[in-house]
Write a protein that binds this ligand. Structure first.
Ligand code: SF4
Length: 63
């Protein structure tokens, strides 16, 4: 399962990074970027929480 952030829509609020820093971090454009790897098993629930909490709904989580 992987996480994706639509770079065009991210407003850099930092919520996903606060909730799940193992998966999300700021890139050089100060937008959130997800790790390329699969979401670690013990972070999946928090990654989904971050997706659900994103104020602009730009996080996608897919198999
Ligand atoms: S919660 Fe959404 S808008 Fe906020 S930093 Fe993460 S991806 Fe960007």
């Amino acid at each position: 399962m992987k996480a994706y952030v639509d770079q065009d829509g991210c407003i850099s609020c930092g919520l996903c990074i606060d909730i799940c820093p193992e998966v999300f971090s700021y890139n050089e454009d100060s937008k959130s970027q997800a790790i390329d790897e699969d979401i670690p098993e013990d972070c999946i629930e928090r990654a989904k929480e971050a997706r659900d909490g994103c104020p602009v709904s730009v996080i996608d989580i897919k198999e």
